[in-house]
Design a protein around this ligand. Structure first.
Ligand code: SF4
Length: 363
């Protein structure tokens, strides 16, 4: 490496950032929250928690779309599949517990549940099965929702429907900040989501709740640098949005993707597992596209069931109030092969990530 060249995995720069983090550490303990499974993977996989100063902790909040999908949506999807529709969804979703069964259980009972990689794949399933109703169970944040919007707006076949469980990140951040006993000193905003919504999407929240929000990328140096910016703001008494991922995120975001979302969806209250109902945090299909809205076309009744398996602390993990290792079932009864709660199922769930990479390495 020539002198002065920037390298994303430069150990010397990581050591420099670790030393700056120590220098900026506040005297009191602080909790920084991120809401992104990819951030959690990078933090755990690279042992970044070992570089944080004493008293500074970084927790994953509701950053795994699979984990935050409520049981009512899962139960509705299972009912549609058991009722004869072809139910298409992402792989992890088939293993998440609903009230009584998973989608994999529904498949074992004869339902036609298929794993797809995208909404466009589900459209292909509909084209190949013109006599069957095909429902795409759509989960994910602002990163995956434009893909669903694009197929809805692209004249899909008549037998194609979307069951939307898409969710929006900014209302979830605000919900975390308004919970009683808030202990969140700052946020690392998710890089992927921010490429779509732009850094400006967080400005009102930072101002209203006086909380630093730093958009972070996914390389170890990106995350250390973003954490440093949060600590620097805390030290200087500032509460602003800073973009530490300018190579991918702009102030205004991806306007084309935002236009797709706007045309296909409208904000609606949505239930998040572990967090309850958050106003305007979900995406409902607009009236003009209602012919493809599974919720309108097949209004199945489901009861609000128990979201927390006995002993599971997923709700606190999703609220950034507990670490996976705080759960007595972690690694004992709850493993990726025998998941008790959704945070162990979703590959981006904190419990699943900690199981694979460990949480706080002693390096
Ligand atoms: S370890 Fe398992 S049971 Fe415990 S909080 Fe995580 S998912 Fe729930």
């Amino acid at each position: 490496m020539s002198r002065g060249t920037f390298e994303l995995r430069d150990p010397a720069r990581a050591r420099e950032l670790a030393s700056l983090l120590r220098r900026h550490a506040p005297p009191q303990p602080v909790r920084i929250v991120h809401v992104c499974g990819t951030h959690e993977m990078a933090i755990a996989q690279h042992g970044l928690r070992s570089l944080l100063p004493e008293g500074v902790e970084v927790l994953e909040g509701p950053g795994c779309p699979v984990c935050v999908t409520p049981t009512v949506d899962l139960d509705r999807a299972a009912k549609l599949a058991l009722g004869g529709a072809i139910l298409c969804t992402f792989g992890d979703m088939t293993r998440v517990p609903g009230t009584r069964l998973t989608l994999a259980d529904a498949r074992a009972q004869g339902a036609d549940v298929r794993v797809v990689l995208s909404a466009a794949d589900a459209v292909e399933v509909a084209r190949s099965n013109p006599t069957r109703n095909v429902v795409f169970f759509a989960v994910g944040f602002e990163t995956t929702a434009p893909g669903t919007a694009a197929v809805l707006l692209d004249r899909p076949p008549e037998n194609f429907y979307v069951l939307s469980s898409h969710k929006l990140i900014p209302p979830a951040l605000e919900a975390l900040l308004t919970r009683p006993g808030r202990r969140i000193a700052g946020f690392l905003a998710p890089g992927h989501v921010s490429t779509v919504i732009g850094a400006r999407a967080y400005r009102a929240i930072a101002e209203k709740h006086h909380v630093p929000i730093v958009v972070a990328g996914f390389e170890p140096l990106d995350i250390l640098y973003a954490a440093l910016l949060v600590l620097r703001q805390l030290r200087e008494g500032r509460a602003e949005v800073e973009n530490a991922y300018p190579r991918a995120v702009t102030e205004e975001g991806n306007l084309r993707a935002q236009a797709l979302l706007e045309e296909a969806f409208e904000p609606a209250s949505a239930r998040w597992r572990g967090m309850g109902t958050i106003p305007d945090s979900g995406l409902r299909i607009r009236e003009a596209l209602s012919a493809h809205d599974a919720a309108r076309a097949f209004p199945v009744e489901v009861e609000e069931g128990e979201e927390k398996p006995p002993g599971c602390r997923c709700a606190e993990v999703l609220l950034a109030q507990a670490l996976p290792s705080d759960c007595p079932l972690f690694r004992v009864r709850c493993t990726p092969l025998t998941p008790v709660g959704p945070c162990m199922v979703g590959s981006e769930g904190a419990c699943s990530v900690w199981y694979r990479y460990g949480g706080r390495p002693a390096l």
